[in-house]
Design a protein around this ligand. Structure first.
Ligand SMILES: [Zn+2]
Length: 280
């Protein structure tokens, strides 16, 4: 259930001890200097005031959990403000992955029912749903970060389209599209090569195929479409920036320009502000 209005107005602040613990939990934010960390803390507190957290199936969502999720959600918008997240208020937290049922009608009119276990979901103008088992500190390695992923979807959706393009001024948008499409095509070709290299006796969905996919600079899910390519790239930008910059330098630069930060630099260096972003 959403918190009542007074729960929102008086959301607990992140005290010094919890803040230090949260910062230590996410070493990939090590590019931020002290002033930027203070800015991130203030943004996290504002995020906690504006958003409600609901635990699915009576999960108790503790302040530590909320701080951890706020930290990961606010890092991408540290220099953009929270306006890109204005289309929703509620976060729904499951203890672990949650099952969704979908039905799709194909071109022949046949209905396909599927059941999927998800770590996160961002609905257009709706809540962000996360599995705490996946969103908790240190839950995943190799560039995986479901919280950043879902919140990058929100930034993508801020102009109404899940197309891998957040709201950008015209000139920046053209550069963004060019860099993204080139990187996406390159990545899809790399994935094709990896898939062809997997021997016939190895299940491509099984753990034995993992060493083949680990050669890729991004999770194979990035090849799904441009919206997923942006979301997966957003995770990698913050969590494994060196590998992403090496694989797709122009795409990395486009992301650094949009987020106005460069996670490769330690400590902080802020990209030049270029007039885009969201209202605070
Ligand atoms: Zn996604």
């Amino acid at each position: 259930m959403p918190l009542p209005w007074f729960g929102r107005r008086h959301a607990p602040q992140i005290d010094d001890r919890l803040w230090r613990r949260t910062v230590a939990d996410f070493p990939f934010a090590g590019h931020l200097g002290e002033a930027e960390l203070q800015g991130l803390r203030a943004l996290c507190e504002e995020f906690l005031r504006r958003k409600t957290f609901s635990g699915a199936h009576d999960l108790a969502v503790t302040l530590r959990m909320r701080a951890a999720i706020a930290f990961q959600a606010c890092l991408p918008v540290l220099h953009l403000g929270l306006g890109g997240y204005d289309d929703f208020v509620e976060l729904v937290i499951h203890a672990d992955q949650f099952v969704v049922r979908r039905s799709q009608v194909d071109e022949a009119g046949v209905v396909h029912e599927s059941v999927e276990a998800l770590a996160g979901e961002a609905m257009d103008r709706g809540p962000v749903v996360l599995s705490w088992a996946d969103a908790a500190p240190g839950a995943r390695s190799r560039g995986w970060n479901v919280t950043i992923h879902e919140f990058v979807h929100k930034l993508d959706l801020a102009d109404g389209d899940a197309d891998g393009i957040p709201p950008l001024p015209r000139a920046a948008r053209a550069r963004w599209e060019q860099a993204m499409l080139a990187a996406y095509d390159d990545f899809c070709m790399q994935l094709d090569r990896v898939e062809r290299a997997i021997p016939g006796h190895v299940d491509p969905e099984g753990p034995a195929a993992e060493p083949y996919y680990s050669r890729l600079p991004l999770d194979p899910y990035a090849a799904t479409d441009l919206a997923e390519f942006f979301a997966v790239s957003g995770e990698a930008f913050f969590v494994t920036p060196d590998a992403l910059a090496q694989a797709f330098p122009a795409w990395y630069e486009a992301l650094a320009g949009f987020f106005r930060q460069d996670p490769r630099q330690k400590p902080a260096a802020v990209q030049n502000a270029s007039g885009h972003g969201f209202p605070p």
